[in-house]
Design a protein around this ligand. Structure first.
Ligand code: MSP
Length: 644
């Protein structure tokens, strides 16, 4: 069918590294994108939502080697975890891109070659430092530590020196054009504070950027000089083009590019707001309309991440609550842009108070009253009085506000407004006391009116909540006996209407489970079987385990390593000899806590020099919320006893 085409909306998430399985930080961005995609569809737009995985590069290559897998094998395993989790969270992207897909690889090579041929890329040598964890080159002004190492200022992990031939992108040549662009498009980066950060970064000057590696084989080769693989960030950023048909589906590409909103975490702002537009300018593409940077979810004062093990198990929450409470919590708790702190208590409070009490009770109460009165079949209602029309008018105003808040990516505020209305409806019911009217023939029409208003409000609220809680909205609409599903009604067609006389409503079950805090805390403290599976992607045989020489060691002496917060230098008796080792537990244990204690040490680990001290062995400790917890042996276990 031809005709007027709908305005489009293209939203993206970052593509996630496959070095590890997904966690709450990844889920956060992807839920935001899903909510925006659903909201724009209800606003009548033709939507394309892209997410996927970033599979090349040194970080993935290293993670695969550590697990005894090829990078491709690792990627194939982890990608399923992402896709399964998105499904379980009711996240429905239009396309899931993997950077190992041939169309992506071809597209990246094509653009790379074009930039090379037009002189935006030239060959040189990089000498400096590289952080594998962030896959980034350190800027020259990062100072050296006293022991001639450098630490990545963004992630705090050790960087390594790099000296290799590479191709450079002439980023420095784009400084003025970028500044002009930011000037003309102040909304390019949101929130505003992040735009300011980007502008001052670019004002300070830009250096050309290395965009190939010769010491990383797991990457897209540059066909004209195949010992070079393309730098993982150059590769990854172009997914936003290749994922929407750049090499293969020109109609799709023409239809949706440029992206309307590119969601990212604040840690990858520079890549998206400086490098990415410069690449696009160079290649002659239109620039995205907005890069929206969100904050971090923290727990126990640190950014949640698998490597810190301070993440909760998303699968466990899903098992206990289904997807909607988590979707709601993440969207409601903090405005996009700010950091948030996760605690089990705050999550459960939102579930029990906002969802079970305020919304769940309203739905339950209204539907039960309708079912109990008049045998479930509503008679014709009486006229609207002022309170009734007030409820209707408040809904009309709410719909206007909420749709424009969704449009403006102000999801927290949209939910706050919806909840203010839920309070209003609950108050209306408390004032009208329909439960006292049942059975009184003189109040039959009034009762029908009150129930009709309440049912209309429940229907409307569920629809407005659909982008955030699609499953719950569908359930309520089905109970109300609606013939359509909420996603089949556009916001502009949503009216304050309820049950026509004679309609039967279904029997509601509790919409949100109410869980006691102590049960929840107990469940969250237990690692779910899922987690255990995630963490041990690879099994080791006893032969391999046997190679580790683990011993009980007696700590003879303990002192702090000067100028460090975390490091303790320990003299330990391992039975056959006395050893020196350095342990990163000084933030939890003082030297006095350890002196005289017996603990587990791996004694045949290769020695390492840490802050100038040779460490011959490593103590074993559990990691709990980012901190070490050492298990101690009783005094009667002799130093040197073998641990098997
Ligand atoms: N592969 C790159 C992105 C390439 S996009 C062309 C990457 N991947 S990542 O898996 O490390 O991180 C992806 C996103 O997850 C980032 O936006 C990051 O901010 C986000 N999060 C990771 N941990 C997070 C929290 N604890 N909280 C919120 N988001 C965080 O970077």
């Amino acid at each position: 069918m031809s005709g007027t085409s709908k305005p489009t909306f293209y939203v993206t998430t970052p593509i996630y590294y496959v070095n590890d399985v997904p966690h709450i930080g990844h889920a956060y961005t992807t839920i935001i994108a899903d909510v925006l995609a659903r909201a724009r569809k209800l606003a009548g737009r033709d939507v394309f939502f892209l997410t996927g995985t970033d599979e090349h590069g040194q970080k993935v290559q290293k993670a695969a080697a550590e697990r005894g897998l090829t990078p491709r094998e690792l990627a194939d395993r982890v990608v399923v975890r992402f896709q399964d989790l998105w499904r379980a969270l009711e996240i429905e992207p239009d396309f899931f891109i993997r950077t190992t897909m041939p169309a992506h690889e071809r597209g990246v090579q094509k653009i790379f070659k074009k930039l090379k041929d037009q002189g935006d890329i030239y060959k040189g040598t990089y000498r400096g430092w590289y952080c594998v964890s962030d896959e980034c080159y350190l800027s020259d002004d990062v100072p050296e530590e006293s022991d001639r190492t450098k630490v990545c200022p963004d992630c705090g992990k050790a960087a390594h020196p790099l000296s290799e031939e590479c191709y450079y992108f002439r980023l420095s040549a784009y400084r003025e054009r970028l500044l002009d662009f930011y000037d003309s498009r102040p909304d390019f980066v949101r929130p505003e504070s992040r735009m300011n950060e980007v502008v001052s970064f670019v004002r300070r000057g830009l250096k050309d950027l290395g965009i190939t590696r010769t010491t990383v084989s797991w990457g897209i080769p540059f066909p004209d000089d195949p010992k070079h693989t393309i730098y993982v960030w150059f590769d990854a950023l172009h997914n936003y083009l290749t994922g929407v048909g750049y090499d293969g589906d020109p109609d799709l590409f023409r239809k949706y590019w440029p992206a309307d909103i590119q969601l990212i975490g604040k840690d990858i702002l520079r890549f998206h707001a400086v490098f990415w537009p410069a690449f696009l300018m160079a290649a002659g593409f239109e620039l995205p309309r907005c890069v929206f940077s969100h904050g971090w979810w923290m727990m126990g004062g640190a950014k949640m991440s698998k490597s810190r093990r301070n993440v909760f198990d998303v699968n466990l929450i899903l098992k206990l609550f289904g997807p909607d409470p988590l979707r709601y919590f993440l969207m409601r708790e903090i405005p996009i842009g700010l950091d948030g702190n996760y605690s089990d208590e705050s999550f459960l409070h939102r579930v029990n108070s906002d969802l079970a009490n305020d919304l769940g009770n309203l739905v339950q109460r209204t539907l039960t009253l309708v079912r109990k009165s008049f045998g479930g079949l509503l008679p014709a209602p009486g006229p609207e009085n002022e309170a009734d029309s007030g409820l209707r008018a408040a809904f009309v105003a709410l719909k206007e506000r909420v749709t424009s808040l969704y449009d403006d990516v102000a999801l927290t505020r949209a939910l706050e407004d919806i909840w203010a209305y839920i309070f209003l409806v609950n108050k209306y019911l408390a004032d009208e006391e329909p439960w006292k009217m049942a059975g009184d023939p003189s109040r039959e029409k009034r009762l029908a009116r009150v129930l009709l208003q309440a049912a209309s409000a429940v229907r409307g609220v569920s629809h407005l909540l659909f982008p955030v809680m699609p499953g719950s909205a569908r359930k309520v609409w089905a109970w109300l006996g609606e013939k359509k599903r909420p996603e089949e009604v556009l916001f502009r067609d949503l009216e304050f209407v309820g049950l026509e006389p004679g309609r039967r409503v279904g029997e509601p079950t509790p919409l949100f489970p109410r869980v006691a805090l102590k049960d929840f805390l107990a469940a969250m403290a237990e690692p779910a079987p899922e987690t255990a599976k995630e963490d041990s992607m690879e099994q080791v045989g006893y032969e391999e385990f046997k190679k580790m020489d683990l011993r009980v060691a007696l700590v003879l002496k303990a002192e702090r390593v000067p100028n460090t917060d975390k490091l303790l230098k320990l003299e330990v008796d391992v039975g056959s000899e006395t050893r020196t080792l350095v342990a990163g537990v000084g933030d939890v244990y003082s030297p006095e806590d350890l002196a005289g204690k017996r603990l587990a040490v791996i004694v045949n680990l290769k020695p390492a020099v840490i802050r100038g001290v040779e460490s011959r062995g490593m103590i074993l400790a559990a990691e709990w919320q980012g901190k070490a917890k050492i298990a101690f042996y009783d005094d009667d276990v002799p130093a040197g006893s073998r641990i098997k």
